[in-house]
Design a protein around this ligand. Structure first.
Ligand SMILES: [Zn+2]
Length: 441
């Protein structure tokens, strides 16, 4: 199942696409805008069918990401149907016009994050930049005479390849075990938690005895502290939207929202301030901070698997960071494989509430195909002599050796790809083999 990136800040679907793409995603093509458009303005340009152009994603100079053509569809970007049917295309804003068409550091860093995310979700195990169209990292000017992607970005292609591949070896898992929390793991967690909670303006007036508000349903005292931050951004506007009683209460140092439920009228006022630009901005910042805190907590219990950490983050967002239940779930999961499957099994053994939600979160995490995302390892015997190992799941990937000993190997992940019914990833890290050439033991 193809999905879109959780890194998206803005969506405006363009009519300029072919639906669906006729090949699986195996490439990334990077373009420049030849302009400094925000992701919103770029969306407007692509929204005209006269334009006959689009891209799957755009990145602004501020590092924000726009979605214009869903990944399941083919964007009209690179003047080459063969390429674009296989590629996710990304168009990057230039912060200087002309010359070498410079792009901002923020845009470049987000481009690398987005490439890592696209590879992770689509089973691309390595970006290969060959300088021509045989690799899976391609440029517009490989297909047609154009300046695109501009000299600055073009010179960065080997760097982009290298940075993405560093983070793909073991994917999110690697950075987690190195002690950093990757931006992508946080974005995945954010996406999953926000789907299960509310929108920016949502209010649950009486959520087990106190109000919950906003994108991840900040509860009671946390709702109050969120509202205090939003109010401080624009006092006059806040007074106007909240009315003086609610404004005075929220800004008072003695306010106690431990058991504060709200009336219908108060709910509409709170919703209005949560939906202002300041309200959204403060929520976006706090979501990231909170999720980072949840993941740190999970790591302090010993979890390292990214899928398990995302699952844990969703749980403690609902139950509170110091929930003893979630500490027990983490400990129980670590007695088994410590991955998201072990977390879900532990939940079923230890919890009695919200199991439907846990199951839907578990399934969403499995669909992300993170490394160690819960697929069991299994042994196979190789039945074909001289079976080629490929760098990725498909016969279009470069060969990285062969198996000639008819031995037993461990498969750690499966994927669809051309040339075989199914491909299996070898535990050794040597690459992928077609599973038609192997018998499961
Ligand atoms: Zn281009």
């Amino acid at each position: 199942m193809m999905s879109n990136s959780p890194l998206i800040n803005y969506t405006k679907i363009s009519p300029n696409s072919s639906k669906p793409r006729n090949k699986p995603i195996s490439k990334i093509t990077i373009h420049h805008m030849a302009g400094d458009l925000t992701v919103e303005s770029c969306g407007n340009v692509f929204s005209s069918s006269n334009r006959q152009a689009s891209a799957n994603y755009g990145i602004g100079t501020d590092g924000r990401v726009g979605l214009y053509v869903e990944e399941k569809d083919r964007a009209w970007t690179s003047s080459n149907a063969g390429n674009d049917n296989q590629a996710v295309t990304i168009i990057v804003a230039n912060d200087q016009l002309g010359g070498d068409w410079h792009v901002s550091g923020k845009a470049l860093n987000k481009l690398i994050d987005l490439c890592v995310d696209i590879c992770n979700r689509n089973g691309i195990t390595e970006l290969v930049y060959t300088g021509d169209a045989t690799g899976n990292l391609t440029r517009h000017n490989m297909f047609v005479a154009t300046e695109c992607p501009g000299a600055y970005l073009q010179n960065k292609f080997p760097y982009i390849e290298q940075e993405v591949n560093k983070r793909l070896t073991g994917g999110a898992m690697r950075s987690e075990s190195l002690g950093e929390i990757s931006a992508i793991t946080i974005a995945y967690a954010e996406n999953i938690i926000c789907v299960n909670e509310g929108g920016y303006g949502s209010i649950n007036r009486d959520d087990n005895g106190a109000v919950s508000v906003g994108k991840i349903q900040w509860h009671a005292e946390r709702a109050l502290s969120l509202l205090k931050s939003i109010v401080s951004k624009n006092i006059e506007k806040a007074k106007e939207l909240l009315g003086s009683a609610l404004f005075d209460e929220i800004t008072s140092s003695s306010a106690d929202w431990d058991k504060r439920v709200v009336t219908g009228d108060e709910a509409s006022r709170l919703s209005a301030i949560l939906l202002t630009n300041d309200g959204k901005e403060v929520q976006d910042g706090l979501v990231k901070e909170d999720i980072q805190g949840y993941i740190e907590k999970g790591k302090s219990y010993g979890l390292i698997d990214p899928g398990a950490l995302i699952y844990f983050a969703d749980g403690v967002n609902q139950y509170g960071t110091n929930s003893s239940l979630w500490k027990k779930i983490a400990e129980r999961a670590l007695e088994a494989a410590g991955d998201v499957t072990a977390m879900f099994e532990a939940t079923k053994a230890l919890a009695s509430e919200y199991l439907d939600r846990r199951e839907s979160v578990y399934k969403s995490i499995l669909a992300l195909k993170l490394s160690g995302g819960g697929q069991a390892q299994y042994p196979v015997r190789i039945t074909v002599d001289g079976l080629s190992i490929r760098k990725g799941p498909g016969d279009g990937y470069p060969i990285n050796g062969a198996i000639t000993d008819g031995g037993v190997y461990t498969i750690v992940e499966e994927a669809q790809g051309p040339g075989a019914e199914k491909w299996g990833k070898l535990k050794s890290g040597a690459g992928w083999v077609p599973l038609d050439g192997a018998t499961r033991l």
